[in-house]
Design a binder for this molecule. Structure first.
Ligand code: SAM
Length: 258
């Protein structure tokens, strides 16, 4: 299922030589995310700077790992995978009996996810999302907390999507003090470059420092096989009877379309 309702400006790995789409078509190799521009990083706190990130595309195109399946097993459906890529987590969720939907700004990623039998929509998380406010679980894994280059904004947006009893599972940077926002480009092994796009990296401390203001409590942190996962639970919204967060669903878009 695809549903293109606009073209996002400067999305992850897109534009110019389209390294993300090429890599997904190949189903392998690595992609390197590099800070772009002279003053690439706006560093907050004790972060160690906006270094390069190397992504393993084969891993994204493969089956979910045992670790990832375990993480999913602890969640309730329906599950929203934000930035689902080619859909390995959606397939795993399905095989565990969880209803799941992916959203992603890459047409290749969405097509691959759908070709695996999953449900995925070609759209930004900042656009109206179906069933906003009713997702029992949402995922921001594989560095996806960096989407849009503003962790606080993405957390606030995620809060609008999830039910008051829900869980947001976020993978953070293994470096606890990492906390940077910058413009980046994506480059493949042949030197194909994307246009610059806004990105962020944060460790557990940076997530924790923004969680409450965005309506979340960090209820658990797990370090497994060099990866760090935080479970976030919605804080009650004092402004609303019953503690429901405001819902930005269909017909009520979030402010930005990035
Ligand atoms: C670091 S990759 C993670 C890949 C993915 N989790 C997987 O399993 O393959 C980031 C993903 O987020 C998607 N993305 C970037 N900006 C987005 C946005 N605003 N809304 C939804 N998805 C977005 C990208 O297209 C890309 O697939």
């Amino acid at each position: 299922m695809t549903g293109l309702i606009g073209t996002p400006p400067r999305a992850f790995g897109q534009g110019m030589n389209e390294p993300y789409a090429r890599a997904l078509r190949l189903g392998g190799g690595t992609l390197t995310l590099r800070p772009h521009g002279a003053v690439a990083a706006a560093v907050r706190g004790s972060g160690s700077g906006a270094g390069e990130v190397v992504f393993d595309v084969f891993g994204w195109c493969s089956e979910a790992s045992a670790l990832e399946r375990n993480l999913l097993q602890g969640l309730e459906g329906p599950v929203l995978d934000i930035g689902c890529g080619p859909g390995r987590l959606l397939s795993a969720a399905r095989s565990l009996g969880l209803t799941a939907l992916g959203i992603d700004t890459s047409a290749e990623a969405v097509a691959l996810a759908c070709s695996r039998g999953s449900r995925a929509l070609l759209q930004s998380v900042f656009w109206p999302v179906p069933q906003a406010g009713n997702w029992r679980s949402a995922l921001l894994l594989d560095g996806n907390i960096g989407i849009g280059g503003n962790v606080g904004r993405l957390l606030r947006r995620s809060r609008q999507l999830i039910t008051p009893q829900g869980t947001l599972l976020v993978e953070v940077d293994p470096d606890e003090g990492m906390d940077v926002a910058y413009h980046a480009v994506l480059e493949d092994l042949d030197g194909n470059l994307s246009v610059p796009f806004a990105w962020a990296r944060t460790g557990r401390a940076g997530l924790e420092s923004r969680a409450a203001a965005a309506g979340w409590a960090v209820s658990a942190t797990e370090r497994v096989q060099g990866r760090v996962f935080c479970r976030l639970s919605p804080l009650p919204d004092p402004a609303r009877p019953g503690g429901r967060a405001p819902v930005g669903g269909r017909g009520r878009p979030a402010r930005s379309n990035a």
